[in-house]
Design a protein around this ligand. Structure first.
Ligand code: BG6
Length: 469
C-alpha cells in the first residue's frame, strides 16, 4: 500500500501561469495574425468583433507588453524561485492564418528566445498549445472547430512546435479548459452560432473534432518527444448541491458530468456511457468518422491539468451558467467571495483533487488557481495584499492535505503571478499578481512592475518546498 505523504515531494513543481494573449500584447508584431482573442474587447463571455474596430480599445492588443519585457518579468519569477513557468504559444504567431503550409519564422524565434530565458532562469516551460488563440482566419473561412479541416491545421502546428522545441519543452497541454466549449465556445473553440442552429449539436461536434485532434497530437508527440509528458486541461472549479434535496443533488451530479465527460474522453479514451442519453435529449448527432474511436482510445493524456478558483452551488431547475471561473449558480452562504462574486473555498480544492484522482488515478497538476482582487498602492508605495497570501496559503494547505490523502499531484502554477488582462472581462483592475503592473482598464500607466507583499511570501513558500505553512 502507498504511504501517506507528509510533505511535498522533492520534485514538486512550483511556479506561475499566464497565457500569451493576456500578457504578450504586440498583437500584430513580427508577422502575427489575428486570433480569436484579438476581437474580444470586453472578455470572452462578451461580444466578439470579427473585424477590429479602430475606434474601440482592446486591452489585450498591448496587454502588459510581455512580448518585449519577458526578460525583466522572468527575472522576477526567478527571484520567486519558480522551477516551472506556464504560458501558451499563440498559434497565430506561428501560423498567422492557421492554414499556411510554412510557419512564420519570426514567431518561432520569439518562443525559442522565451524558452531559453526560462530555462536559463531555472524554470521548466509548461506550454499550452491553444489557450483561446485559434487564428481568426480559421473561424471566418472554415467555421473553426465545427470543420474537421481544423484537425489537419492543428496537427501541422503541433508538429512544427514539437519539432522546434523538443529539446527545450518537455511538458505540454493541448487545449486550455477544453470543457469551456460548453460554457464559452467562442473563446474555447472559435465557435460562434448562426441563427436557428442547434447550439448543442455544434458544440459537441466541434468538441469531438478537438478530441480527435488531441489524440492525433499525442500520437505525434510520442514519436517526437518520447521523454516528455502531455496533459489535457480542464476548468474544474466545483459545484455543490445547494441543499440535500435529492433533485438538487442529482442535477448537480449531471452538471458536473457535463465537464467530466471531457476528461473521460481524453483520459479513459472513450465517451462515458451517460453521453448517449444527453445527446438524445438534446437532439445531438455527432458525426464520427471510421477510426475516430480507435484513435481516441489509443492516444490518451499523461496527466490531468486543471484550473480551480472557487465553488458554487446548484439548485434544481436552475439554468446551467458558467464563466472563466467555472459553473456558477446560487451563492453559498458558508463561504466568502471576491468582488467578482467568485467564492473562496480551499477545502473545495481538496475535495476536487480527491474526486478527480478517485475517478482517473492519473497524476494531477494544478495549473491555475489564484485570486483576482482590487489592489491599492498605499502612501508608502506598498501593496499589502494579505488577502492574496491567505488565499494561496489556504489552497496550498489543501493541496498538502490531498497529497496526504494519497492523491498524486505534480505541481502548482499560480494563475497570473504578474497582473495581466482578465480573460473573462478584459479588465486590468482584476489583478492576480504577486507583481503589480502600472496599467489601468483604459490602458493608462507606465507598465512599471512593482512587487506586492505576496511576492516575498510566495518566494519563501517555494524556497521551503511548501513545507513552512
Ligand atoms: C481561466 C483561464 O478560465 O481563468 C484564464 O484559463 C483566465 O485564461 C482565468 O484568465 C481567470 O479568469 P479571469 O476572467 O479572471 O481572467
Amino acid at each position: 500500500m502507498k504511504q501517506s505523504l507528509k510533505e511535498f515531494p522533492k520534485d514538486f513543481m512550483w511556479g506561475g501561469a499566464i497565457a500569451a494573449n493576456q500578457a504578450e500584447g504586440a498583437y500584430l508584431e513580427d508577422g502575427k495574425g489575428l486570433d480569436i482573442s484579438s476581437g474580444f474587447a470586453n472578455g470572452i463571455k462578451h461580444e466578439h468583433d470579427k473585424v477590429i474596430d479602430e475606434n474601440k480599445f482592446y486591452p489585450n492588443h498591448e496587454a502588459i507588453d510581455f512580448y518585449h519585457r519577458y526578460k525583466e518579468d522572468l527575472a522576477l519569477m526567478e527571484e520567486m524561485n519558480f522551477n516551472v513557468f506556464r504560458t501558451s504559444i499563440n498559434w497565430s504567431r506561428i501560423f498567422p492564418n492557421g492554414d499556411e503550409a510554412e510557419p512564420n519564422e519570426a514567431g518561432l524565434k520569439f518562443y525559442d528566445d522565451l524558452f531559453d530565458e526560462m530555462i536559463k532562469r531555472g524554470m521548466k516551460p509548461l506550454i499550452t498549445l491553444s489557450h483561446y488563440e485559434t487564428p481568426l482566419h480559421l473561424v471566418e473561412k472554415y467555421g473553426s472547430w465545427r470543420n474537421r479541416k481544423l484537425i489537419t491545421f492543428f496537427l501541422n502546428y503541433c508538429e512544427t512546435v514539437f519539432e522546434r522545441y523538443k529539446d527545450k519543452v518537455k511538458y505540454w497541454l493541448t487545449f486550455n479548459e477544453i470543457n469551456n466549449m460548453r460554457r464559452m465556445p467562442g473563446g474555447a473553440g472559435g465557435i460562434f452560432f448562426e441563427e436557428g442552429e442547434n447550439k448543442q449539436q455544434v458544440v459537441y461536434q466541434a468538441s469531438h473534432n478537438m478530441f480527435v485532434a488531441n489524440s492525433l497530437a499525442i500520437k505525434k508527440f510520442r514519436t517526437i518527444i518520447p521523454d516528455g509528458k502531455i496533459g489535457c486541461m480542464l476548468s474544474l472549479s466545483n459545484v455543490y448541491p445547494h441543499t440535500c434535496k435529492p433533485e438538487d443533488v442529482f442535477e448537480t451530479m449531471e452538471l458536473r458530468r457535463r465537464s467530466l465527460m471531457f476528461g473521460d474522453v481524453m483520459i479513459r479514451g472513450e465517451y462515458p456511457s451517460y453521453t448517449a442519453r444527453i445527446w438524445e435529449e438534446e437532439g445531438v448527432e455527432v458525426n464520427m468518422q471510421p477510426g475516430d474511436e480507435e484513435i481516441i482510445k489509443c492516444y490518451t493524456s499523461d496527466f490531468l491539468a486543471l484550473s480551480y478558483y472557487r465553488t458554487s452551488t446548484h439548485e434544481y431547475g436552475q439554468p446551467f451558467y458558467g464563466d472563466t471561473g467555472g459553473d456558477q449558480g446560487t451563492p453559498n452562504p458558508y463561504i466568502g467571495t471576491t468582488p467578482w462574486g467568485w467564492q473562496i473555498d480551499p477545502l473545495g480544492l481538496r475535495y476536487t483533487l480527491n474526486e478527480l484522482y478517485d475517478r482517473y488515478q492519473l497524476p494531477l497538476f494544478v495549473v491555475e488557481n489564484g485570486l483576482g482582487q482590487i489592489d491599492e498602492i498605499d502612501e508608502n508605495g506598498e501593496i499589502n495584499d494579505f488577502y492574496r497570501i491567505e488565499y494561496v496559503r489556504d489552497h496550498v494547505k489543501a493541496i498538502k492535505e490531498a497529497l496526504q490523502d494519497g492523491v498524486e499531484i505534480m505541481g502548482y502554477t499560480y494563475w497570473g503571478p504578474i497582473d495581466i488582462i482578465s480573460a473573462g472581462t478584459a479588465e486590468m483592475k482584476k489583478r492576480y499578481g504577486f507583481i503589480y503592473v502600472d496599467r489601468d482598464n483604459e490602458g493608462n500607466g507606465t507598465m512599471e512592475r512593482r512587487k506586492k507583499a505576496s511576492f516575498d511570501w510566495y518566494a519563501n513558500l517555494i524556497k521551503n518546498n511548501g513545507n513552512n505553512i
